[in-house]
Design a protein around this ligand. Structure first.
Ligand code: EPU
Length: 301
């Protein structure tokens, strides 16, 4: 174990006590004991094996746009894929590395007149993170279009998960909460569409996002939409727009956004999330569920 720790420290590019606040769009969270940003699968695999041998937890962090990191940080190894391949074929297949920004995958598809993922225009973050959390808008999610996902398993072996095993549902795939499997790349299957219709859909998606807070430190929508309802509408109805706890605030613009006003701690955000859930449950009888992923918190969170 001691030997594994020593070898882990020697992995090229390894960072120690790296602040995770600067790697998340909430801009909060403590340090990761080990942080490796790499596009080399062999190096990443070796780091994962060594961390396991040293009995350290391992997790991946993509664009950091849908995650809340604990103030205490992460007492293990964080893997950040910085590979950016995005290959598109004439049959509408897009094969991209997990580290590629989602917006590039979406722009590439649209540029080739492939249709399906226009709903994802404007969603921040990495392709890998978007696949893991089935990022989307309304009823659609990016993982619906995935035909396969390649990942590193807990032992550092490269594996492929076929669509049938992705376990896709609303803002969820089997990779969303796992801290053992790390997505390396994914393949989407799209179809050819009419350029005019694609552009019309893009325009509509951009307009629908118009009133969301811009440039705010947040993680997109904090809560999933309950069946046949909207979390933002419910939080608004409960009178919580502008509600502040410490430096965390329910956005006065769109109530499903919890923003860091500049001084928030992860604890402020957790308390505000819990307060919002309690108020919506007590006032309106609806149980909200977080869309954001927690990292570095005790399992009870
Ligand atoms: N509403 C309010 N007050 C608010 C916010 C919303 O009354 O403060 C009402 C609106 O008037 C509207 C309804 O709630 O009648 C829905 O609002 P919106 O069109 O903004 O859609 P949403 O369901 O809140 C979803 C996605 C967003 C996505 C938008 C636009 C979820 C959880 N949210 O929001 O995705 O950008 O549609 O397409 O699915 C995200 O997932 O991170 C995200 C931001």
């Amino acid at each position: 174990m001691q030997n594994a720790l020593q070898q882990l420290r020697k992995i090229p590019g390894m960072l120690f006590d790296e602040s995770l606040a600067k790697h998340t769009t909430f801009q909060v969270g403590g340090p990761a004991s080990f942080f490796l940003s790499s596009n080399d699968v062999t190096t990443i695999s070796q780091a994962v094996r060594l961390a396991r041998a040293a009995e350290l937890p391992v997790a991946s962090l993509g664009g950091g746009s849908n995650v809340l990191v604990a103030d205490a940080g992460f007492p293990g190894l964080i893997i950040h894929l910085d590979s950016t391949r995005c290959d598109v074929r004439e049959d509408g297949t897009i094969d991209a590395d997990a580290g590629t920004v989602l917006s590039r995958v979406v722009r590439t598809a649209i540029g080739k007149n492939f249709t399906g993922i226009e709903f994802a225009v404007g969603i921040p973050g990495s392709f890998g993170g978007a696949l893991a959390g089935n990022a989307g808008t309304g009823g659609h999610g990016i993982a619906e279009y995935a035909t396969s996902v390649t990942y590193l398993d807990a032992q550092g072996e490269v594996r492929t998960c076929a669509k049938a095993d992705l376990d896709v549902s609303y803002r969820y795939t089997r990779f969303k909460y796992t801290e053992t499997d790390i997505i390396l790349s994914g393949t989407l299957q799209l179809t050819t569409g009419s350029p005019t219709e694609i552009q019309a859909r893009v325009k509509e998606v951009v307009e629908r996002r118009g009133w969301q807070p811009k440039g705010a430190w947040c993680a997109g929508c904090a809560f999933k939409n309950p069946a046949n309802n909207h979390a933002g509408k419910l939080i608004d109805q409960a009178g919580l727009k502008g509600k502040k706890i410490g430096g965390a605030m329910v956005s006065p613009e769109h109530a499903n956004f919890i923003v860091n006003t500049g001084t928030a701690t992860a604890e402020d955000i957790v308390i505000l999330i819990s307060y919002v859930k309690q108020q919506v449950r007590d006032q309106l009888g609806v149980q909200l569920e977080e869309e954001v992923r927690y990292l570095g918190f005790a399992p009870s969170n």
